[in-house]
Design a protein around this ligand. Structure first.
Ligand SMILES: *[C@@H]1O[C@H](CO)[C@@H](O)[C@H](O)[C@H]1NC(C)=O
Ligand SMILES: *[C@@H]1O[C@H](CO)[C@@H](O)[C@H](O)[C@H]1NC(C)=O
Ligand SMILES: *[C@@H]1O[C@H](CO)[C@@H](O)[C@H](O)[C@H]1NC(C)=O
Ligand SMILES: *[C@@H]1O[C@H](CO)[C@@H](O)[C@H](O)[C@H]1NC(C)=O
Length: 350
């Protein structure tokens, strides 16, 4: 039971990490409205070619469940280190308490972009954060790797107190056995708003969007509104649309200060990427608001441990757009797993 919960939490975080990493790794000149959206995929870490993968796989230690034991001492120590650097329990989201009206917001992925917080914008923020330090005993963080296919991890994922999912990952009947359906926080990549829902520009598109999202019940919809300039109108459009339809979902915006702090933390702790992935970001976030954190579907390879080919995601095989140097993130997560700080679930659950 505890283990299952932990796994769920971890999965959510990993997904977040993947998202961030993608943002981070974008070369500056590619940051145009046309190119960024497609490139911001949540599973960037999975975008490695087979040779690299095989090479990396041979170095992998076994990380699966049987040997894993939660070490609450180590976890609490690590959590408080993260809290000291980044204050996730207060600053995970942009709120009216941590962001004053009439001040400016500095975007985390664009040094030169700032936003004046008018009262109209300020009113889009929740008064205070709904989270707090270790609020949830156990969390699952669900990454979208093809490794989840036939994993049978759905029940375990759903047994956590809080479940994070990435980029509107599907949770319909086809996948429920493997990924579960419980969702407390789901991220949306702003590129989806543009590409799949064409900017929510008319009622037909909005109807479809709201119907698609209704599957996530009353989850928090987390958006990186202040990472890149182009994220802001799309994030606001999502919030406005969901309000207009009186949806039970609540849209929350990632706090760029937290993201910058987190990025800096990992950079000084062995993750050499310019920017961490959304997956690592989510895992870090989960560590501050959850006790036991379990990650699922965090697997940056296109083959499993037996060298059997995997699809990019558990729900499709959209091809990666670009190769990136395998970051140190997966190795970091493995290390945290070995230390009992979180569980990186990479085997089936049955
Ligand atoms: C748990 O972690 C602490 C701190 O890192 C360590 O001293 C201790 O030996 C660990 N306990 C077990 C059972 O591994
Ligand atoms: C975290 O942020 C909150 C609100 O901004 C502040 O009250 C608190 O003192 C901060 N905690 C730490 C450890 O910096
Ligand atoms: C922000 O500025 C506007 C216009 O200058 C002013 O009317 C409003 O009272 C200010 N709000 C706060 C919270 O200072
Ligand atoms: C909304 O926009 C889509 C895409 O441009 C179009 O196919 C659809 O017919 C539009 N619906 C209405 C009601 O205008």
């Amino acid at each position: 039971m505890k283990r299952a919960k932990c796994l769920l939490v971890v999965s959510v975080m990993l997904n977040i990490l993947f998202i961030f990493k993608e943002f981070v790794l974008l070369p500056r000149k590619e940051l145009t409205d046309e190119t960024v959206p497609d490139r911001i995929s949540f599973n960037r870490i999975a975008q490695h070619n087979l040779e690299e993968t095989t090479d990396d796989l041979s170095k992998l230690g076994r990380t699966e469940a049987p040997a894993w034991v939660y070490n609450s001492t180590a976890a609490d120590r690590f959590r408080s280190e993260l809290e000291t650097c980044c204050n996730g329990s207060h600053n995970l989201l942009v709120t009216q308490s941590n962001t004053a009206a009439n001040t400016t917001i500095q975007y985390d992925a664009e040094k030169k972009t700032k936003l004046q917080v008018t009262s109209e914008i300020w009113n889009k923020f929740p008064q205070k954060t709904p989270f707090r330090y270790k609020k949830y005993a156990s969390c699952s963080v669900v990454g979208n790797s093809g490794l989840l296919k036939d994993s049978g991890c759905g029940r375990e994922i759903d047994s956590a107190d809080f479940v994070f999912r990435c980029n509107l990952a599907p949770i319909d009947e086809r996948f429920v056995t493997d990924v579960g359906k419980k969702t407390n926080l789901v991220t949306i990549n702003p590129s989806i708003v543009k590409n799949r829902y064409l900017g929510l520009k008319n009622t037909t598109l909005k109807d479809r969007f709201v119907a698609d999202l209704s599957r996530y019940g009353s989850a928090y919809v987390w958006m990186p509104a202040f990472s890149f300039k182009m994220c802001t109108p799309r994030s606001f459009a999502v919030q406005t649309t969901l309000k207009e339809y009186k949806s039970k979902l609540s849209v929350v915006f990632g706090n760029p200060n937290f993201m910058l702090a987190m990025n800096k933390y990992w950079k000084s702790n062995g993750v050499k990427a310019t920017r961490i992935s959304t997956g690592l970001f989510l895992a870090s976030a989960a560590l501050s608001i959850c006790g036991e954190v379990h990650l699922y579907g965090f697997w940056p390879f296109h083959v499993d441990k037996n060298n059997v080919a995997l699809t990019e995601h558990y729900y499709d095989n959209s091809l990666p757009h670009k190769m990136h140097k395998l970051p140190d993130e997966f190795a970091k997560l493995q290390q945290l797993h070995r230390e009992g700080i979180l569980q990186l679930r990479t085997d089936s659950c049955s």
